[in-house]
Design a protein around this ligand. Structure first.
Ligand code: ADP
Length: 395
């Protein structure tokens, strides 16, 4: 069999603590050549779902670490006839969650960059160490392919000081690099640019609110192509109610849990990151189930939905004021792209502010960017599917 070529394509890697998502795609034609997910790495029984040009395979076995996972993925490519190390791959793009104060652009990874990412780990202890393990594992196996880090915080690097500064003792904040960084930046940038393209307008002349509503969720205010605020802060915990994260809470709650409930810092970290949000309120973080149960009259699911909506509307209102004038409100990610009731309810009753959703347009299901407001609505409301892998590959 002659070796398959994938010239000019990019391998995008998103490494989590026990998982590794990957895609090989052509950034020019946008074709996804392969994609896959390795799960439960280091947990006894692991599994890789791999798809190459529409052909699926599932491999079960033991993957002790990320390097073993990547090695198995490379073997899967080899059985597809692709020798990844010598197939014309242009680059590897690594999603890195936290770029701290140092990184604001896609960065070619060398030893200095690698150690700087390591230095930032205390700012994102749940994410950056896993991203780094992914970088090391891929670099060990593909040493000759240029590796580039794309940071989730990059788009928000230049937030205005008033939006990025916590009202905390300034010296302490300075010493520990405590400020608002913002996350999901790759998605917010991709979606806001796509919105301008969809509307046939200049990116630099549009004021937008982007709602990235997935399992993790964040909102941004983008003024003339520049983000001026976002809901996530020093970590991806601040802001909106999420699948399993609290979003904004009174920090006094943490002291209360430590002093009165006797919980350790690690217990509280797990509580607010993994056992809260929709899951904490009604036992489930899959938004489809929350909607179904709320519709069927389940009280805890209804309350979870109401709390979620209340937070969304609070920030929409805040960002309308911050932006001064608003051209577009844009929904993206799993919930934003698929849950028509969330879109309708989060903007209900705002006709006096020039926001009017068209019920029929809102009900249409599609994977294309689309307008869902009425022609009379002075602010245009859209659904624009995100594509973080494509955005990383292009960068
Ligand atoms: P992440 O990348 O943060 O894991 P996604 O952007 O994939 O998340 O979004 C996952 C969320 O989208 C889940 O809560 C899921 O229930 C929700 N979702 C997916 N499809 C639908 C749908 N048809 N209706 C409502 N929610 C949906």
């Amino acid at each position: 069999m002659s070796a398959e070529r994938i010239d000019g394509s990019v391998l995008v890697v998103n490494a989590g603590s026990s998982s590794l998502k990957y895609q090989v795609l052509d950034p020019t034609t946008e074709e996804v050549i392969a994609d896959g997910l390795a799960e439960q790495i280091g947990e006894g029984s692991s599994r890789i779902k791999h798809r190459y040009r529409g052909h699926d395979v599932v491999v079960e076995g033991v993957l002790p670490d990320h390097e073993a996972a990547i090695a198995t993925v490379l073997e899967l490519f080899a059985s597809d006839g692709v020798d990844i190390a010598d197939s014309g791959l242009a680059a590897v793009g690594h999603r890195v969650v936290h770029g701290g104060r140092s990184f604001f652009a896609p960065t070619l990874i060398d030893e200095t960059v690698r150690s700087e990412i390591e230095r930032i780990c205390p700012l994102a202890p749940l994410h950056n160490p896993a991203n780094l393990v992914g970088i090391e594992a891929v670099t060990a196996l593909l040493p000759d392919v240029p590796a580039v880090a794309v940071f989730d915080t990059a788009f928000f690097h230049d937030l205005p000081a008033a939006a990025s500064t916590y009202a905390l003792d300034a010296e302490v904040a300075q010493q520990y690099a405590i400020r608002r960084y913002g996350f999901h930046g790759t998605s917010h940038e991709y979606v806001s640019r796509k919105t301008a393209e969809t509307l046939g307008r200049d990116y630099g002349e549009l004021n937008q609110i982007v709602l990235h509503l997935g399992n993790g969720a964040s909102m941004s205010a983008v003024a003339c192509g520049r983000p001026i605020d976002t809901t996530m802060g020093m970590t991806p915990l601040e802001g909106l109610v999420m699948g399993t994260r609290t979003g904004d809470i009174d920090p006094g709650i943490v002291f209360q849990l430590a002093r009165v409930a006797g919980m350790s810092i690690d217990d509280i970290d797990t509580l607010v990151n993994k056992r809260s949000g929709l899951k904490g309120l009604c036992g489930e973080n899959d938004f489809r189930s929350v909607l179904e149960r709320a519709d069927a009259g389940d009280e805890s699911a209804r309350l979870a939905y109401d709390v979620y909506l209340h937070r969304l509307r609070r920030y929409i209102g805040a960002y309308m004021i911050e932006l001064g004038g608003l051209d577009a409100i844009v929904f993206t990610a799993g919930v934003g792209e698929n849950a028509a009731p969330v879109r309708a309810d989060s903007l209900a009753g705002l006709e006096n502010y020039g926001i009017e959703i068209d019920a029929e347009r809102n009900a249409i299901r599609s994977s294309e960017p689309r307008v869902i407001s009425t022609d009379a609505s002075s602010i245009t409301v859209l659904v624009v599917p995100t594509n973080e892998e494509l955005a990383i590959a292009r960068q």
